[in-house]
Design a protein around this ligand. Structure first.
Ligand SMILES: Cc1ncc(COP(=O)(O)O)c(C=O)c1O
Length: 368
């Protein structure tokens, strides 16, 4: 039985009859950049997140960049973040000519450990940038409490966490602002690139709207030097359709995750811990194993595809060698990256596929 980590072609086949007329509508209206579909998506996604504003952007990386600028991050500032993330989180800090300051993770969740934040704060610290890794909310109460006390801003990287809940509140509504990615592999995905910023703050929303379109506040009125970070009309139309399906897709992801947990209990591996007060949307289902390469190749021999998110923490990437942080600086994330493995998880996996993956993993890693 073949099991792949994603099945984007099957998703398109399911939605083709909805997507093609919507794309045709965009073409007939010639609303190729921003336009009415994007505006409607902004309203619908803000409602979904429980925020006052959503600003649709070209990518999640652009959203991170504008989010940091909107929070006042400037050259020579420092932004505290996690090294257990996709490079874009740190890159956006670098785009602002600021410095990413990493703190180690809580190995139970894979997310930034709030207990380590305080000692990383310096007079240059401007903001904290937690990531809800794999769709599992970071400990936002602890992060917000430190930020309030130390007068720092909080930008959530919710690129992997569409619909996740922390103490009942949706990701996207838990900091001064939040960002999302709609890259094709995400839980809510465009047919191409896409991103968004959500916030309750009128000034942040106003700045982001102008900054995404060359600093314009009205046509050819450029208040500042901005960017071309606008969402395409096609992507707004596609995202509106997929947002309506997201509830059932997320419920299916969570059901598969429960099944994996049940079937893998007692096997020689670890799984991240879910706080019962929160809701993880399982962008990835990860396990931690010894001898990962051997596990990957034995699963591949059974036609089970896996991916590693991520093989190297950001501080050990060549791109950030200038920070001078050698191996051993953040031992917990380094250990996690050596052992982590994402099992196939998407809404179209069948019960048979889930059982086949779990029994194969169990056979390969053995019992505790
Ligand atoms: C945690 C995280 N942050 C930021 C990004 C960047 O988003 P995008 O690829 O839409 O620029 C991604 C995804 O790629 C991500 O996983």
């Amino acid at each position: 039985m073949k099991v792949s980590v994603l099945d984007l072609k099957a998703e398109y086949a399911e939605l083709r009859d909805e997507i093609l007329p919507a794309l045709d509508r965009v073409c007939r209206n010639a609303s190729f950049v921003l336009g009415e579909e994007v505006e409607a998506f902004e309203r619908e996604f803000a409602d979904f997140c429980g925020t006052k504003h959503c600003v649709a952007l070209s990518t999640g990386t652009a959203a991170l960049h504008l989010g940091l600028l909107a929070l006042g991050v400037q050259a020579d500032d420092e932004v505290i973040t996690t090294p257990n993330t996709f490079l874009a989180t740190a890159e956006a800090i670098t785009y602002c000519n600021a410095t990413p300051v990493f703190v180690d993770i809580d190995p139970a969740t894979g997310n930034l450990d709030p207990k380590l934040i305080e000692r990383a704060i310096t007079p240059r610290t401007r903001a904290i940038l937690p990531v809800h890794l794999y769709g599992r909310p970071a400990d936002m109460d602890a992060i917000r409490e430190i930020a309030a006390r130390r007068n720092l801003k909080v930008l959530e990287d919710a690129a992997q966490a569409h619909g996740a809940r922390y103490r009942g509140r949706r990701a996207g509504s838990l900091g001064h602002a939040a960002i999302f990615s709609f890259y094709p592999t995400k839980n809510l995905a465009a047919c191409g690139e896409g991103g968004a910023l959500t916030t309750d703050d009128d000034q942040i929303a106003k700045f982001t709207r102008a900054a995404r379109s060359h600093g314009q506040t009205a046509r050819y009125e450029h208040e500042f030097v901005g960017y071309n970070y606008r969402m395409h009309g096609f992507q707004g139309a596609v995202l509106r359709i997929k947002l309506r399906h997201l509830y059932k897709w997320t419920a299916r992801r969570q059901e598969i995750a429960r099944e994996y947990r049940r079937l893998l209990a007692g096997a020689r591996l670890e799984m991240p811990v879910d706080d019962p007060r929160d809701e993880c949307v399982y962008h990835q289902f990860v396990i931690y194993v010894n001898n990962r390469n051997a596990v990957v190749s034995q699963l591949a021999a059974r036609e089970i595809e896996t991916v590693v998110h991520y093989p190297r923490p950001v501080h050990l990437q060549p791109a950030y060698s200038s920070l001078g942080l050698p191996p051993g600086t953040f031992p917990l994330v380094e250990r996690a990256c050596d052992r982590v493995l994402s099992l196939p998880l998407h809404p179209r996996l069948t019960a048979e596929q889930v059982a086949y993956v779990a029994s194969s993993v169990r056979e390969i890693v053995g019992e505790k």
